[in-house]
Design a protein around this ligand. Structure first.
Ligand code: HEC
Ligand code: HEC
Ligand code: HEC
Ligand code: HEC
Ligand code: HEC
Ligand code: HEC
Ligand code: HEC
Ligand code: HEC
Ligand code: HEC
Ligand code: HEC
Length: 320
């Protein structure tokens, strides 16, 4: 089934709040421009368009939906961007034929379209919002998880977008059951209690980091929004913190190990990389210096001495 574009040409919303650093803005512009051209190509000749019936007409038969719609943020469509009095048809396409026939065949129901076509319906207005710019490369778009999987247009105003942590978590957990189970482990961020949500760490619309990870200023991982003391810049960086990221030592969804580490003892965490191999001198893959007698309990707890494992302002060995 193919539908004529119901939209006048320039209906995009202005960019909303941005989570991207200034450095990304040129890329953003380029993507927006590409999308704009793609959308502009199949222009319909004006007279080929079937007629609009107007929202009043729709509401005579779809009274409940029309009433509920008046309480959602999308009621703004009625006052904006040339859709006065015909907001329903901004998503459903011109509906005069359907208004006469009352046949489902004569009206576009986004729920019955392929995911990518559902998304196009929404992106005609929402495409150049910064929160969506990473979408094409992210798991949801690639796996046919459409806008409508998470946003319900008709229903309560809350259903359009989950803002409370509890609601967001429920929404994500519906599909990501095994991830949700990870948050029930003994050491984890307190999502189960509703203190935080998945979108504190992930952008559901995709991002420029792997796994759709949320970014804070200058494209750093979103963890630093809350754990700012791990940000640095440190004169003495611990290489894996910067290069491999937090998840090289922590299980961010929860762990049976204290501090959400990937190993059950700190010592084993360190020795995973600083292991006792034949190489004699290097910090990595070498025997720890002679003072490290691993048979002595004193040396077992590495972080009693190497206190600043995330990076130090004063000591190359992270001793303080
Ligand atoms: C004369 C009454 C009437 C009017 C006016 C009317 N509809 Fe409908 N509409 C119906 C009926 C009846 C159905 C159920 C059809 C079916 O299930 O076969 C329906 C179904 C729909 C569906 C679901 C189609 C599907 O594939 O399941 C949509 C979307 C819809 N209408 C939108 C609109 C819009 C938008 C307008 C205004 C432009 C409108 N309707 C005006 C009677 C009407
Ligand atoms: C922002 C886009 C958008 C607008 C505006 C919109 N709809 Fe919808 N409508 C949808 C989507 C998406 C679906 C399919 C998913 C769903 O049922 O929520 C849908 C489904 C429907 C259905 C089928 C519902 C069902 O239960 O089968 C009807 C009827 C309908 N819309 C009528 C209307 C009417 C009347 C208006 C104006 C008052 C309107 N829509 C405005 C996006 C929109
Ligand atoms: C005709 C333009 C248009 C279309 C098409 C459209 N929207 Fe919107 N959308 C708006 C406007 C206008 C607002 C109100 C906020 C604003 O002015 O930015 C909005 C707001 C939203 C919000 C944010 C609500 C909030 O509280 O911040 C969500 C989520 C949303 N739309 C999802 C969708 C989805 C999903 C679709 C496709 C089914 C869709 N939109 C299609 C114009 C549109
Ligand atoms: C309708 C089902 C569904 C819902 C709801 C859903 N997801 Fe997904 N998600 C998927 C599928 C399918 C994939 C791709 C396969 C995979 O990687 O597991 C995916 C992948 C992901 C990924 C992997 C990263 C990537 O870009 O590949 C993250 C992170 C994610 N989802 C987070 C979320 C968050 C956060 C929410 C709630 C706001 C959510 N998901 C809601 C189905 C869903
Ligand atoms: C996996 C679930 C998921 C999918 C798929 C998804 N969204 Fe969202 N969306 C959310 C969540 C959760 C929020 C609230 C984010 C927050 O509070 O930070 C949101 C917020 C929004 C907002 C409000 C502005 C903002 O960024 O907070 C708009 C507009 C929006 N989404 C539109 C869309 C459109 C259009 C699509 C399809 C191209 C889409 N969304 C796909 C989950 C999703
Ligand atoms: C404290 C931050 C944080 C929270 C909260 C969080 N995630 Fe993640 N998530 C991550 C990180 C970091 C990764 C990447 C892990 C890696 O690279 O090994 C990830 C990876 C993923 C993946 C990819 C597969 C995997 O397990 O590696 C999915 C899917 C996912 N998260 C879904 C979710 C869902 C759904 C929620 C909410 C129930 C959620 N995440 C909450 C930080 C978080
Ligand atoms: C929205 C804020 C927020 C974000 C984002 C966040 N955290 Fe946390 N984190 C917390 C809070 C609050 C605690 C305190 C533990 C609690 O809730 O009981 C914590 C605790 C921790 C702990 C220590 C747990 C313990 O047992 O002492 C680790 C490790 C951790 N976070 C790693 C991460 C990583 C890695 C990321 C990014 C993938 C991240 N956090 C993102 C808020 C956040
Ligand atoms: C090289 C491994 C490693 C990496 C990479 C790493 N951590 Fe840690 N982290 C640890 C260890 C080990 C502990 C426990 C320290 C202790 O026992 O005193 C810890 C403890 C923590 C704690 C709880 C105690 C505290 O110091 O506040 C938080 C929060 C934390 N890490 C966040 C992060 C964040 C955020 C990142 C990424 C920027 C990160 N970690 C990267 C090894 C690492
Ligand atoms: C994921 C691998 C990895 C883990 C886990 C890890 N490190 Fe490192 N560490 C490195 C790398 C890489 C360097 C940089 C080596 C270099 O510059 O030669 C380094 C450097 C160091 C240095 C400074 C050595 C020097 O000569 O500058 C110390 C001290 C150190 N790590 C201690 C620890 C401790 C204590 C732990 C456990 C909390 C730990 N590391 C966990 C990879 C790791
Ligand atoms: C009692 C305090 C103490 C404990 C416990 C300790 N270290 Fe050290 N470590 C030091 C000191 C002091 C140095 C610096 C030695 C020097 O400058 O020659 C050092 C240096 C290092 C270096 C750098 C070696 C090099 O050749 O550059 C690594 C790697 C290291 N320690 C890893 C570990 C690991 C892994 C553990 C836990 C198994 C650990 N340390 C436990 C005190 C300690």
């Amino acid at each position: 089934m193919s539908w004529p574009s119901p939209l006048p040409s320039a209906t995009t919303l202005p960019p909303q709040r941005s989570r991207l650093g200034a450095g990304l803005r040129p890329a953003l512009g380029a993507v927006a421009a590409m999308l704009f051209f793609a959308a502009a190509l199949p222009a319909q000749p004006e007279q080929a368009k079937p007629g609009y019936a107007g929202s009043e007409t729709c509401s005579t038969c779809h009274e409940d939906i029309a009433k509920a719609f008046g309480r959602t943020p999308h009621q703004a469509i009625d006052k904006k961007r040339g859709w006065e009095t015909k907001a329903c048809e901004s998503c459903h396409g011109p509906g005069s034929k359907h208004a006469e026939s009352a046949s489902a065949d004569d009206i576009r129901n986004p729920a019955k379209l392929a995911a990518s076509d559902q998304d196009k319906t929404c992106l005609t207005c929402h495409r150049n919002q910064p929160t969506h710019v990473g979408r094409v490369r992210a798991g949801h778009a690639r796996s046919q998880v459409s806008c409508n999987s998470c946003h319900t247009v008709h229903q309560t105003p809350d259903a359009l977008v989950a803002r409370k942590a509890v609601n967001t978590n429920q929404q994500c957990a519906r599909c990501h059951t095994s991830t949700w189970a990870e948050f029930q482990r003994p050491h984890s961020h307190r999502l189960a209690e509703g203190a935080m949500s998945c979108v504190d760490c992930h952008n559901p619309h995709g991002s420029f980091l792997p796994k759709s990870l949320q970014t804070v200023s200058a494209n750093e991982p979103g963890c630093l929004k809350c754990h700012g003391d791990k940000r640095g810049p440190f004169p003495y960086d611990h290489a894996p913190v910067k290069l491999e990221g937090c998840a090289s030592c922590h299980q961010p969804h929860g762990s049976s190990n204290p501090r959400m580490l990937t190993r059950h003892e700190v010592r084993l965490q360190c020795l995973e990389c600083h292991a006792n191999t034949a190489v004699q001198t290097a910090a990595l893959g070498g025997v720890p210096p002679a003072i490290h007698d691993l048979r002595s309990p004193r040396f077992r707890n590495c972080t009693t001495c190497h206190q600043k494992v995330h990076g130090s302002h004063v000591n190359r060995m992270f001793l303080r």
